[in-house]
Design a protein around this ligand. Structure first.
Ligand code: ADP
Length: 404
């Protein structure tokens, strides 16, 4: 509790753009988010007043950080489960808890649990060798999607393989033993490059018609609020656009997707936000991934819903009653702004051009240095007519990327 305000202190581990936008929501609730950042350049460290520095893998740093927090939550899923358990045993309130969060940390654990719950998932298997992969491919048909169980994001750690030889070609040798990190190739983050004993799963490649996502928030009391289902559009494994609500989604399928998200939040004991990434496959739904924090597929809610996902996450972890999730306009489109080519116009000038071109576009910049392909912000446009709103959002993102 902050004795000056009489309001609770929420600590967020991780200082990226999600913490930055959660801080923004905390301010409106009379709070100031406490952030555990790695460097003063982290997006949230640039704007929050109450920042500590440390590694999310360092139990001592986490323990110091948690002192004086009413509740601790996360802007990513990389805090080791054993650290979360250790702190919980010492009386720290952490949401989501380790038992829920493991389903967002490890794709094999998530697939296993969802299979047990009878939730719709692609056919999948843990892969311990090229022979396992060959057998799985023979069963479900090639190509097969291979994923690292842990540490992947934005399509890193996901490979589409045409045959069992693809495993070695991609530098993915799941067999324990020494192996040079460089073998993993540019597609893999260095955190994956353990060099040996990579834990992999294989999935059938689903003939998806499009990708959907549902945000749901759950409080310790058990209250649940669900947002309208959205369509997410990916390019090269990165989400580039979110359409809310998902256009032309039949009502029964929308309700089924929301019910699925509610059931998963309840079954897994999630507290805070849960984002359920889905594939639409011939009029049915398949779960792709889970995230237990505010998520890129929910950024549209800042202007597009009565309660933003960031405020909702805070309400949920604090056990406040949930906010209204209804749309504020018939059509809402969020477009990610990726860093453009080196050189050219500065971001301030590009922003100037965008504001001149479209006074209605709402911009969120994350305070990041521009690098080609890096997510540096997003734009949201609201309106009556989806094609028009979509075109405006795409145009706005282009202004911010290229200045023309
Ligand atoms: P990440 O954790 O990097 O976001 P995902 O598991 O979400 O990885 O996969 C990234 C993208 O790869 C998905 O958004 C989807 O486009 C595609 N993809 C993943 N799994 C499958 C699958 N089983 N079938 C078809 N496409 C898939």
């Amino acid at each position: 509790m902050d004795t000056r305000t009489g309001l609770p202190v929420v600590g967020m581990v991780g200082g990226g753009q999600l913490a930055r936008m959660t801080h923004q929501a905390a301010i409106a609730l009379g709070q100031s988010l406490r952030v555990l950042a790695r460097t003063p350049e982290d997006g949230a460290a640039l704007v929050a007043a109450d920042v500590q520095y440390g590694e999310h893998t360092d139990l001592a740093a986490l323990r110091t950080f948690a002192k004086g927090c009413d509740v601790v939550t996360f802007d990513h899923e990389h805090v080791p489960g054993e650290h979360i358990r250790a702190l919980a045993a010492e009386g720290v309130r952490l949401h989501p808890g380790a038992d829920a969060l493991r389903h967002a940390q490890d794709k094999a654990v998530m697939r296993q649990r969802l299979t047990e719950l009878g939730a719709p998932v692609p056919r999948w298997r843990r892969i311990g060798s090229a022979d396992d992969l060959a057998a799985f491919g023979a069963e479900v048909g090639w190509p097969v999607v291979v994923k690292t169980a842990r540490g992947g994001y934005d399509g890193r750690g996901v490979w589409v393989l045409d045959g069992p030889d693809g495993l070695a070609a991609a530098g993915l040798d799941p067999a324990p033993g020494p192996g040079p990190a460089a073998d993993l190739g540019p597609a893999a983050g260095s955190e994956l490059a353990a060099g040996s004993g990579l834990e992999l799963i294989a999935e059938e490649r689903v003939a998806l018609t499009r990708e959907l996502a549902v945000q749901v928030a759950r409080s310790p009391f058990g209250q649940i609020a669900v947002y309208p289902v959205v369509e997410t559009v990916q390019r090269d494994g990165i989400c580039v656009e979110v359409l809310a609500p998902a256009p032309h989604l039949p009502e029964p399928l929308a309700v089924a997707a929301q019910q699925l998200a509610i059931d998963l939040a309840t079954e897994l004991g999630v507290v805070g936000l849960l984002a359920v990434e889905l594939f639409e496959v011939g009029g049915a739904l398949v779960v792709n991934e889970l995230a237990m924090r505010p998520h890129n597929s929910g950024h549209w809610t800042i202007e597009g819903a009565r309660t933003s996902q960031f405020e909702q996450h805070l309400r949920a972890v604090l056990d406040y009653p949930m906010g209204d999730t209804t749309l504020t306009a018939p059509a809402v489109v969020m477009t990610n702004v990726l860093g453009g080519p080196e050189g050219g116009m500065g971001i301030d000038e590009r922003l100037h051009h965008l504001f001149a071109a479209d006074p209605g576009a709402k911009v969120h910049l994350y305070g990041k240095q521009t690098r080609p392909g890096r997510k540096i912000g997003h734009v949201t446009v609201l309106g009556e007519d989806l094609p028009e709103v979509r075109a405006r959002a795409a145009r706005a993102a282009q202004w911010l990327r290229e200045g023309r």
